[in-house]
Design a protein around this ligand. Structure first.
Ligand code: FAD
Length: 306
C-alpha cells in the first residue's frame, strides 16, 4: 500500500484545520503517516532540531526532504496554505520533483495520477497528470471535511541542518486581534467599499460581536486603509469557511469570491440587485446597508432581551 506522508502545520500543538483536511484527503490515497515539526497530539514523525524553534520554510523543507530520502514514501502531502505551499515548493526543488499545488481531486491511473487542481486564485480548475517516483501535492483548503485521526506512536527524526537554513524564519509574533480569528469564526461580517469609511465598520463590529463572529473586508477596504490587511478576505487575503458570511457592500469580484466561497451560507446586503455577490448568495437584502445593519442589530438585541 502507498505510504502517504502528510506534513502537519500547527501552532504550539494546535493543528491547522487545513492539515486535518490534508490528512483526511491522504487517507483516500494510502496509509497515512503524520509529519510535524515538534510534538503534536497525533504522534507520527516528529522533526526535532535546535534550529527549528518557529516557522522556518527552508529548514523545514530540508528536514522533510531528508525524511523523504530516508523513507521513500509514495506520496507527500500538505495543506494548500501559504505555508504548506511554500514548504512543499522548497521540498520539490530540493528533491528535483514536480509539485501539484492546491489539488481538489486525485484519480490514480496506473503509476500516474490524473488530478484536478485550483489555478489562478480559484478562477479556473486545471486537469493535469502527475508522474513521479514520489508524488508531492498540496490539498486545496476545504475540499474535504476533516475527519478525526488517531494518535500513532511518535518517532523522532533529527535532520542535519546547516545554520544558513534559518535565514528565513519567524522571529516575532504580533497579535493584531484577540479572541476569535477570521479563519475560525463561525460567522464573518464582512464589509466592502459600500461601507464607505473606517467609522462605517462600527456596526459590523457590533454585529460580529453579538453573533460571536469576526469582521472581514474586501481589498478595496484595505487599499483605502480602512482596515488592516489581516482582515482581508480573498485571493490575496485570508480564505474563510464560516457557517454564515454576511457580505455588506461587497460586489463579489472573483478575487473576493474565492476567499469565501466555501462558506456554508452567504447573506448579501447590497444596493445593487445585479451585483455578483447578490446573484450567488443564498440570501440577499437589497438596499442601503447602513439602515439594514442597524435594523438587524436592533432586532438581535430585542430578541436577546426578550
Ligand atoms: C490580483 C488581484 C488580487 C485581488 N485580491 C483580492 C482579494 O484578496 N480580496 C478582495 O476583496 N479583492 C481582491 N481583488 C480586488 C477585486 O478584484 C475587487 O476590486 C474588490 O474585491 C472589490 O471590492 P468591493 O466589493 O469592496 O468594491 P466594489 O467592487 O466597488 O463593490 C462595492 C459594492 O458595494 C455596493 N454598495 C455601494 N454602496 C452601498 C451601500 N450604501 N449599501 C449597500 N451596498 C452598497 C455596490 O453596489 C457594489 O456592489 C484583487 C484584484 C486583483 C487584480
Amino acid at each position: 500500500m502507498n505510504r502517504v506522508l502528510v506534513y502537519i502545520e500547527h501552532d504550539d500543538g494546535v493543528i491547522a484545520e487545513t492539515s486535518m483536511q490534508a490528512l483526511t484527503f491522504g487517507g483516500g490515497l494510502g496509509e497515512v503517516e503524520v509529519v510535524s515539526v515538534g510534538e503534536t497530539a497525533l504522534g507520527g514523525w516528529q522533526i526535532q532540531h535546535p534550529l527549528l524553534t518557529d516557522y522556518a520554510p527552508e529548514a523545514i523543507a530540508e528536514s522533510l526532504a531528508q525524511l523523504v530520502g530516508a523513507e521513500m514514501p509514495g506520496v507527500v502531502l500538505a495543506g494548500g496554505t501559504e505555508r504548506g505551499n511554500e514548504v512543499m515548493a522548497h521540498v520539490a526543488a530540493l528533491l528535483d520533483l514536480p509539485l501539484a499545488a492546491n489539488v481538489t481531486e486525485v484519480r490514480p491511473s496506473g503509476d500516474a495520477w490524473d488530478l484536478t487542481r485550483i489555478r489562478w486564485g480559484g478562477s479556473l480548475l486545471e486537469e493535469a497528470t502527475l508522474t513521479a517516483i514520489v508524488k508531492l501535492a498540496t490539498v486545496a483548503p476545504h475540499v474535504i471535511e476533516a475527519a478525526n485521526f488517531p494518535f500513532r506512536a511518535a518517532t523522532v527524526f533529527t535532520p542535519e541542518l546547516a545554520d544558513e537554513l534559518a535565514r528565513t524564519m519567524v522571529f516575532e509574533r504580533v497579535t493584531l486581534s484577540e479572541g476569535i480569528t477570521l479563519t475560525t469564526a463561525p460567522v464573518v461580517v464582512s464589509g466592502g467599499r459600500g461601507v464607505g469609511s473606517p467609522e462605517g465598520f462600527a456596526v459590523l463590529e457590533e454585529l460580529a460581536g453579538m453573533l460571536g463572529g469576526a469582521v472581514g473586508c474586501s481589498r478595496v477596504v484595505t487599499n483605502n486603509g480602512w482596515r488592516p490587511h489581516s482582515d482581508q478576505v480573498g485571493q490575496t487575503g485570508t480564505r474563510v469557511a464560516p457557517n454564515l458570511y454576511i457580505a455588506c457592500g461587497i460586489s463579489g469580484a472573483i478575487q473576493h469570491w474565492v476567499g469565501m466561497m466555501a462558506s456554508k451560507n452567504v447573506l448579501a446586503i447590497n444596493n445593487d440587485a445585479e451585483a455578483p455577490m447578490v446573484t450567488k448568495a443564498d440570501y440577499a437584502v437589497i438596499g442601503d446597508l447602513h439602515p439594514i445593519l442597524d435594523a438587524i442589530v436592533a432586532e438581535v438585541r430585542r430578541r436577546r432581551a426578550g
